[in-house]
Design a protein around this ligand. Structure first.
Ligand code: ADP
Ligand code: MG
Length: 706
């Protein structure tokens, strides 16, 4: 688990490194649950920032609370009685409170001890927070949060701006709130400042300890804003510092490999392709070639929505590289995709004399050895593969171009490793391709300096994928639709529900779905299955059969999420669609709509949250990958979106890449200026910063050296 504390990391031995179980109210049992949230130490707990805050400072008069309103109210306790529920015999406590305007009943289940507790409070004021219901005049709160109303300023759960922390099963936000409070009380004094005083004063940033207290338990909206601003700045500043230091450690860049690319190179490609390039493809290929002719290594990000035709650009770059006598490598995130690229690119490029080799995890040892040998001896060819390309044994003698497809599946470290495979006197050109449009500010954050090319035009004749959201009980009608499409000679994907716990369970779920569809629903059709636990030749075989039209309905897991291209497949049914993220749904939907005929996407979903509903309606409404990405960032935050777990970056805890771009820019400027001024952070006021950065970003900093 990443150690998330931005603000509070200190050398070990101080109080903040204390295991969280010693915080009052935690103990060994809850410590285990906290671990699920990535919290192990006190400092982790203190950096477990609230998701949102609720202003519970104003009490709604009981007489005026509306049905289904979520409110904070107060009243004096009239009395409490214990009962059992009629049917299931659950313990039930009913409490009556009143204020000058009316009465309300609070109902609690399975907490029989509350009867005594409330009766002790008879006549005393309490406040409650929760959703009310009103029927025939009677106002009821079911299991509201409550607290004695004292004049004590330390009210925790009501009568203040209350933090709602991310919670987990078995641990409510209310419990976590109490733990955070106790942690602040006991350990808050260990929080030290890491930002240089001069910087803090110039930018008028709140002090670390104060910011941390206010982010959890703000005194006012203004104090909350100030605290958030400081913490966001700090988080982004540290990240930028690490990048600036890494860049500095790398020293001046290696020169690139200038390649001679004459006009005959793209001409040969144009002649070989069965379709004319789109204007956007022409432009982007031009940009890539211009970079590759230079003495300075290309570092280009190619963005283009799903289906916009990025592969052709990769082909163009690889063709030029091999024609110039260098090696090219293309890394894809899945074996299926690597296989598809190998097929498509070999078909296209082999007739032009380009050798194409495929290296994946399951490649036979003997085959691997031959390929390694070719890599090592500098045979000019296009080497395609998965992570296998960055395995230790791989070494290129003559790498001129590294292409990374669907970069969002790879981390920064993996990208750097591939580039390093060719490290000699000169750096290879790098082309990173993605269907996930990255806001420029984030691109800067992740890649440092890079150029961006955009394919902003789809190949002609594409139709929008008509997208429906259906409740799950309308499955039957969806099946009928699928059957009629198959009758017309088309093919259909069924995306099986996402099982996050394990690949194995995921495979089981897919197998079951395939069996059910084959046996019960489509006994007369040919149902196929592909999932991540299959051997790679099995996967290849299924995909080949699907491509050849020998399978009508292909049940698949997200192994087909990226890149797979079978134009005759015109319908994608996504089971339990509410479990998928927006960017992922868009990727999946991108598997269809690749031919010129009308395609469909059916989302079978019964979302239980507002966010889930928003995701589904966004899918119906939006078709443009860029808009979807922005919406996704808004709904989910950048950490998950970019899969930062494996990117070498600590996840962003509080900053929002979309909303906090301005702060990001200031942070970037300040960080690069500071590193220019004091490269080793040797100045006395920079020492705490140095320690913190080294602790947080070991991976990133090491990547520059190793
Ligand atoms: P992505 O950008 O998602 O990687 P692909 O490169 O897989 O997209 O291309 C999607 C499909 O569009 C492929 O079937 C490809 O052959 C086709 N395609 C690419 N460029 C063109 C074009 N200029 N005209 C028509 N079809 C094209
Ligand atoms: Mg692709």
């Amino acid at each position: 688990m990443n150690s998330p504390a931005e603000v509070t990391q200190r050398p070990t031995g101080t109080g903040l490194a204390t295991p969280v179980q010693y915080v009052k109210g935690v103990g060994p049992r809850y410590a285990l649950l906290l671990q699920k949230l990535g919290i192990q130490t006190v400092e982790d707990l203190l950096s477990h920032f609230p998701l949102r805050w609720e202003d519970r400072r104003h009490f709604a008069p009981l007489g005026r609370v509306q049905h289904l309103e979520t409110v904070c109210s107060s009243g004096t306790v009239v009395g409490a009685v214990a009962e059992r529920t009629p049917r299931r015999g659950m313990a039930l406590v009913r409490v009556v409170i009143q204020d000058a305007t009316g009465r309300a009943e609070l109902v609690y289940f399975n907490q029989p001890w509350l009867e005594r507790r409330f009766n002790q409070l008879k006549g005393s004021p309490i406040c409650v927070f929760g959703q009310a219901s009103r029927s025939s005049g009677l106002l009821t709160f079911q299991s509201p949060e409550w607290e004695e109303l004292t004049t004590d300023e330390h009210a925790l759960h009501v009568n203040r701006i209350v933090p709602i922390h991310p919670a987990t099963e078995g641990l409510t936000p209310k419990q976590i709130r109490g733990m955070v409070w106790n942690a602040l009380e006991k350990f808050g004094r260990y929080v030290r400042e890491t930002l240089p005083v001069s910087l803090r004063q110039r930018l008028q940033l709140a002090h670390a300890a104060e910011a941390l207290r206010q982010i959890h338990f703000p005194d006012s909206q203004e104090a909350l804003e100030r605290a958030r601003h400081r913490l966001v700045f700090e988080e982004l500043f540290l990240l930028q510092m690490a990048l600036a230091m890494r860049k500095q450690a790398l020293g001046p860049q290696l020169p690139g490999i200038p390649m001679e690319i004459g006009p005959e190179v793209p001409d040969r490609l144009r002649q070989a392709l069965p379709f004319p390039l789109t204007r956007a493809q022409e432009r982007v290929i031009g940009e890539v070639y211009a970079d590759m002719r230079r003495d300075h290594p290309m570092n280009r990000l190619l963005q283009g929505d799903v289906g916009s035709g990025k592969t052709v650009v990769a082909a163009a770059a690889a063709l030029a590289t091999v024609a110039a006598g260098y090696q090219a490598a293309l890394m894809a995130p899945t074996e299926i995709l690597a296989e598809q690229h190998a097929r498509v690119l070999a078909d296209l490029l082999a007739p032009m004399g380009v050798t194409v080799r495929r290296l994946v995890g399951s490649t036979r040892v003997k085959g691997k050895r031959l390929i390694y040998e070719e890599m090592r001896t500098g045979v000019p060819a296009l080497f395609l593969g998965t992570h296998a390309l960055i395995q230790e044994a791989v070494e290129f003698a003559n790498l001129g171009l590294a292409i990374i497809d669907e970069q969002h599946r790879f981390g920064v470290l993996q990208r750097l490793t591939l580039i390093d495979k060719g490290a000699g006197e000169r750096a290879p050109h790098v082309l990173v391709m993605t269907a996930t449009p990255i806001p420029r500010s984030l691109a800067l954050t992740i890649y440092g300096d890079l150029d961006v090319s955009i394919i902003d035009e789809m190949p002609p004749g594409r139709k929008r994928v008509v997208t429906h959201w259906k409740p799950k009980d309308q499955r039957e009608r969806t099946y009928a639709g699928v059957r009629s499409l198959v009758r017309q000679g088309r093919q259909v994907y069924f995306l099986c529900p996402l099982v996050e716990e394990s690949e194995k369970l995921q495979a089981q779920a897919a197998t079951e779905l395939a069996r059910r569809l084959q046996d019960k629903v489509f006994p007369d059709l040919r149902v196929g299955l592909v999932h991540g636990q299959m051997k790679s030749h099995e996967k290849d075989e299924v995909m080949d059969r699907f491509r050849a039209g020998e399978i009508d309905v292909l049940v698949a897991t997200v192994v087909i999420e990226v890149g797979v291209d079978v134009p005759n497949a015109c319908c994608m049914v996504i089971e339990d669609a509410e479990r998928f993220g927006l960017a992922q749904l868009h990727q999946l939907r991108g598997r269809v709509g690749r031919g010129s005929e009308q395609s469909f996407c059916v989302l079978l979903a019964d979302p239980t949250t507002e966010e889930g509903r928003q995701r589904l309606t966004a899918m119906i409404r939006l078709h443009d990958g860029f808009q979807i990405a922005e919406q996704d960032l808004r709904l989910r935050g950048p950490g998950e979106f970019y899969g930062t777990q494996q990117s070498g970056f600590p996840p962003l805890r509080i900053a929002n890449i979309v909303g906090d771009q301005q702060i990001l820019e200031v942070a970037r400027r300040e960080a690069f200026a500071l590193v220019a001024e004091d490269p080793d952070l040797a100045g006395a006021e920079h020492v705490p910063l140095w320690e913190l950065i080294h602790r947080k970003f070991v991976g990133l900093l090491l990547a520059s050296v190793g």
